[in-house]
Each structure stands twice: as C-alpha cells, then as structure tokens.
Design a protein around this ligand. Structure first.
Ligand code: ATP
Length: 349
C-alpha cells in the first residue's frame, strides 16, 4: 500500500564549517499537502529546502523520497522542482520559450510542448502572454511564469523559497490565495519557505516552525496558533502575554497571586512555569467581576479591534478587544482555562 507521505527527512544535520545550520531535523511531508517552513532569518529554512532539492548535501542524515533514499541523487534526477525568490527566468527568451525550456531539453514533440505550455499558462492566469518578452512583465507576472516553468515538467513536489518576497503587499496577498488554489487544483506537494507568519497561516495545511536550526513545532495553522508548544512559537506566531506562574497542582496555576483553573497537567507541585495568554483571550469585565484587576494605560485603534495595555502589579497585559476602555479605566480581566497555556521554563544552556 502506498504510504501517505512523500518525503521523509531522517536526522538531517548540516554544518557549514563550524556553524551548525541544521540540527537533527526529522520531518514527514505528506502527499499533496501545502507545507510551510516558517521561522526568522537564519533559522535554517532555506538550507532545509536546498537539501530536499538536492542543492546541498546533509552532513548527517537521510532524505527519503517515496521510500527511496535520494540523499545522493543529484537535483535534476529528483522529481522535485524549485521556484526561487529571484525568478531566474531567461531574459532573452519570451514567456512561451521560458516555460517550454525544460521540455525542449527532454526532446518532447512540438505539439506536446505547445499543449503543456498552454495548459500551464491557463493555470497561472497568463493566457495570451506567450510572445511577451520577460522584461515587459510585472514582478507578479514574472513570478507566475517561474511557477509555470517549474510545474511544466510535472514534478511531484514543488519547492518555493520566499517566492512572493519581492512583491508589494497587495499583490502578495492576491498571489497567496492564487498559489493555494493552484496547489489544490493540480494536487501536488508544495513545500514553501517564508518568514511571514501571516502568510504561513493563510496558505498552509501544515506549518513547521523553525528556530536556530531546529524544528520547534509542527502542526496545522490552528494548532500552532492555539496550542503553541513553547515560548518561541507563542511569540513568533501572533502576540502573546508571557507571565510567570506557579503550579499548585495539575490543572491549577497561580498567576499574580490569583489561582486559575487551567487544562494543562504534568508539572510538579510549586513548579515555576511560563504562562502564555493571547491578547484576544482576555475578556474585559468590571473590576469586581475580574479574576485580575488592571488599569488601562494605552489604547490603539486597529480597525477590527482595539489594542490596549493594562498595568497590573508590575506586568503590562496586552489585550485585544472590540470593547474599548479609555486610558485610566480600572478593569477586570477574565480568562477561561482553555486559553491559559502552561509551559516549562526553558533553562538557558
Ligand atoms: P533567511 O530567511 O535569511 O534566508 P533561513 O532560515 O533560510 O534564513 P538559512 O539560509 O538556511 O536560513 O541559513 C541557516 C544558517 O546557515 C545561517 O546561519 C546561514 O548563515 C548559514 N548558511 C547557509 N548557507 C550557508 C553557506 N553556503 N555557507 C555558510 N553558511 C551558510
């Protein structure tokens, strides 16, 4: 029976001289999924992608493709294609010739090439652009040509390294949705690299959050957002309040001298923990009703909601709410157990 996954990275590490770009990466990529590698600059996303594409060789570990070890297989023999941020199109060839290039090398018949290229142009919404010189196209259009060129060889996996990085915000948003639709329509695996968390959450079936050469968390966008596994993920994906807490028992945590029910267990009694609470998970109530009390010190209008800061003890709580309270208002804050995320303290080194 065919396994559901197409790529498996097994204990992949990569060193450049003394510096370790990747440390023991283990990752399954499922067939036909849109998987995104997300993390800050230098975390190892591009190196991971280049190892999957065959442009880098791991120092340790294996790359498995459809159950075969392809660690030593060169890029052009892998059924994997790459779209780079710099589109790497041939400037002296027109749109048709750019897309057809890979097929011509393979000595495919002219009529077949014509059919494949027109199918691709339709897919990327560039019908009628066949004869246009590359330099006459906008950045977004060039990016579509690059995608068409990478897809025309019918790879089983498409690697995309910050492909929308050079586009302005509006175009970028449009292309995000188009790419996602395109991926579902053609039904192949996309592995996408970005440092933009909103982009990752919008497009992906699976998000892989990376930091310092390691995978921090793998999950659906909803899982990653709602159940961050550590402080790094909580802070990288959206805004968070991270405050000290003490566990009284399983399911009971003390924050700022107040005892809260929570849904996490497996901590020691009296263990010092980090507690993560999303700004939108704090409900503003009257001072009497609140579990915690605070005083509003700043209010910013953000369109769909207000962002407020409430000082309480020596902690500044970030709150997002459609209810606006003015500066100096005394408020109560309520948090339900499911929205209180308890994390082990990370010991430095
Ligand atoms: P960015 O978003 O900035 O591209 P990234 O997450 O993709 O970052 P990588 O490009 O994979 O990160 O780099 C990971 C680490 O490996 C960085 O510290 C980088 O400087 C280093 N590195 C990557 N390629 C090389 C190379 N060819 N030689 C030396 N060091 C490298």
């Amino acid at each position: 029976m065919e396994k559901n996954w197409i790529i498996d990275l097994v204990g992949v590490s990569k060193k450049f001289g003394e510096s370790e770009a990747l440390k023991d990466i283990n990752l399954y990529v499922r067939r036909n999924e849109f998987l995104t590698l997300l993390g800050p600059s230098g975390c190892g996303k591009t190196t991971t992608l280049r190892i999957i594409g065959g442009f880098e060789h791991p120092t340790k570990g294996k790359v498995i493709f459809e159950e075969k070890d392809i660690t030593d297989v060169p890029p052009y023999q892998r059924q994997i294609n790459t779209v780079f941020q710099k589109y790497a199109l041939f400037p002296h060839l027109n749109v048709f010739e750019n897309i057809a290039f890979g097929l011509k090398i393979k000595k495919i018949s002219k009529s077949e090439i014509r059919d494949s290229v027109s199918y691709m142009l339709k897919l990327v919404n560039l019908e009628g652009f066949e004869k246009r010189p590359i330099e006459s196209l906008s950045g977004g259009q060039q990016q579509r040509v690059a995608i068409a060129r990478a897809l025309v060889n019918k790879p089983k996996v498409l690697l995309l390294d910050e492909p929308l990085g050079a586009l302005d915000l509006k175009l970028r948003k449009g292309m995000q949705l188009e790419l996602k639709k395109m991926q579902k329509r053609i039904g192949i695996t996309f592995i996408y690299v970005t440092h933009d968390q909103e982009e990752a959450l919008t497009m992906s079936d699976t998000v892989v959050v990376m930091d310092k050469g390691k995978i921090q968390q793998i999950g659906t966008p909803v899982d990653i957002y709602n159940e961050p596994k550590n402080i790094f993920v909580a802070n990288f994906i959206g805004e968070s309040n991270v405050i000290d807490g003490i566990m009284h028992d399983d399911f009971i945590v003390e924050i700022q001298g107040v005892v809260f029910d929570c849904v996490d267990k497996g901590f020691d009694k009296d263990e010092a923990v980090d507690v993560v609470i999303r700004p939108e998970d704090i409900e503003i109530v009257s001072a009497e009703e609140g579990q915690l009390k605070g005083k509003i010190t700043s209010v910013t209008f953000k369109g769909v909601h207000y962002e407020m800061i409430a000082e309480s003890g020596n902690f500044s709580w970030k709150i997002q709410s459609t209810v606006m309270k003015p500066v100096d208002a005394e408020i109560g804050m309520k948090i339900i157990p499911e929205n209180i995320h308890i994390m082990k303290k990370v010991k430095n080194n």
